[in-house]
Design a protein around this ligand. Structure first.
Ligand code: SAH
Ligand code: SF4
Ligand code: F3S
Length: 451
């Protein structure tokens, strides 16, 4: 007789590629599994293995295949493997045929995860690639004991930037009705969550498909009225819809963090047009600088180098943008041609070695600017939401409202907002100590007794 498997012994493993939307989707599946008694484990011990895929660049797709190959080869004998996310949308059947996986599902299929899990456990092979969601409003489960939570406000994207596969993998943009979004956040607040990050590929267009007179700014005001929620963040803002009324709201609402992620992609008007971004460099700069002036907040961005037909001059315009806006941080990528997209058919490809050179020039200037931005914070005091223990040095960790990671000494509970004085700038973070400890430390160093 085989050993009886008790519920407590069931284990799961999830590997997530890609953006915050994928992270949230992975969390929905993890929460279903945890509600059924599964607990997280290394992949070799897991009974259910899930790989949540990203299709945004070719490299991400390649990583998926090597990951699935390895998991299938080294997993426990009877463990089930589920591949989901953006790549599953268009390579679902291929993945099922090529690897020994049990189910493939796209991002819209995740709302049916519970059923898929049951089918898989009953030995079925499942392909679940629905073309629409049954109920985008449905409040899907969250993991417990969190300080900070992601909340979807829109699914999909209807912008069709010429390089981007997301509208093809996640489908057209749909907003979730405000009552459901607000109810989800109220429940999170009751469970002790202090910070919510509202998620959408273009949060600024929230509600346009649902309401005549209710938009993203209205939603921010409504979320800010929920007791218990102390901080509100959102990603991603699209520059074309980033409005003056939103800038005012960010400045006005205390709970809204003073940080925007506003992907610029390129500093060249010619390339922005080819990318179909629908704003100019001048409009971008005006909005970004106004945001800084009104809110004193920080700005992060995404940049693509080596878009087809990008000349040296176009790239210099991107460098110039970086000098003018002085992004506090950025994610920069080599252009990667993607299936279904218009840009993939533009013939004038930029050679890989030129992309590489441009990327490293951009990144080294960005590093310098990020470092300067961090240095300016030394000596200042910030409110930091405590997220838990830092990885090293027995410190605590959290973020400022400007989205900088702060590791600090002191005593505080997860979920508290404490004042931290910054003592040192690191490359990608700040280091400091809690204010009330600061005086003590200074006194001791100076040899004064605390008497
Ligand atoms: N909705 C967000 C972006 C989501 S994709 C927005 O509109 O800004 C995240 C980032 O991946 C993009 O901002 C872009 O910089 C990058 N990206 C998207 N497609 C890409 C491609 N084909 N090659 C390289 N980078 C790409
Ligand atoms: Fe992609 Fe553009 Fe949509 Fe962002 S806005 S997800 S870059 S199509
Ligand atoms: Fe990747 Fe899909 Fe997000 S392609 S970036 S996981 S929307």
């Amino acid at each position: 007789m085989g050993k009886q498997i008790s519920k407590e012994n069931l284990k799961y493993y999830i590997k997530t590629f890609g953006c915050q939307m994928n992270e949230r989707d992975s969390e929905k599946m993890a929460a279903v599994l945890e509600n059924k008694g599964y607990s997280p484990s290394p992949f070799k011990e897991a009974d259910i293995l899930i790989v949540n895929s990203c299709a945004v660049r070719e490299k991400a797709e390649q990583k998926l295949y090597s990951c699935v190959g390895r998991l299938c080869a080294e997993k426990k004998k009877d463990a089930k493997v589920i591949v989901c996310g953006c790549v599953a949308q268009y390579r679902g059947k291929e993945i099922l045929n090529r690897f020994k996986v049990d189910a493939v599902l796209n991002t819209r299929g995740i709302e049916d995860f519970e059923q898929i899990l049951e089918d898989v456990l009953n030995g079925k092979k499942v392909v679940h690639i629905p073309s629409t969601m049954r109920n985008p409003n449905k409040i899907l489960p969250h993991l417990k004991n969190k300080v900070s939570a992601f909340v979807d406000i829109t699914y999909g994207c209807s912008n069709f930037c010429s390089y981007c596969i997301v509208p093809y993998t996640r489908g057209k943009e749909i907003s979730r009705e405000k009552e459901y979004v607000l109810e989800e956040i109220r429940r999170l607040a009751q469970d002790g969550v202090k910070e919510v990050t509202l998620l959408g590929q273009n949060v600024n267009s929230y509600g346009k498909d649902l309401y005549k007179d209710y938009n993203f700014v209205d939603l921010l005001y409504d979320v800010s009225k929920i007791d218990g929620i102390r901080r509100i963040r959102f990603v991603t803002s699209h520059p074309k819809d980033f409005s003056y009324s939103l800038i005012s709201a960010i400045g006005e609402i205390d709970k809204v963090c003073k940080h925007i992620h506003l992907p610029v992609q390129s500093g060249s008007n010619r390339i922005l047009k080819l990318m179909r971004r629908r704003y100019t460099r001048e409009e971008y700069i005006e909005k970004a600088l106004l945001f800084r002036e009104k809110t004193k907040g920080s700005i992060s961005t995404d940049v693509i180098v080596g878009f087809p037909a990008e000349t040296d001059y176009d790239f210099e315009q991107t460098m110039d943008m970086l000098r003018k806006v002085r992004f506090d941080s950025s994610f920069s990528f080599r252009y990667s041609p993607r299936p279904f997209t218009i840009a993939a058919s533009i013939k004038e490809m930029v050679p890989e070695e030129i992309k590489e050179k441009r990327l490293s020039r951009f990144q080294s200037l960005q590093e310098k600017i990020t470092w300067e931005s961090n240095l300016r914070d030394v000596g200042k005091t910030f409110d930091v939401l405590v997220e838990g223990k830092a990885k090293r040095g027995g410190l605590l960790t959290g973020r400022t409202t400007t989205n900088k990671v702060v590791n600090f000494s002191g005593k505080a509970k997860k979920g508290e907002i404490v004042k931290v004085i910054i003592q040192e700038a690191k490359k990608h973070s700040l280091q400091g100590m809690m204010e009330k400890d600061h005086g003590k430390f200074e006194d001791q160093r100076c040899g004064f007794s605390q008497g």
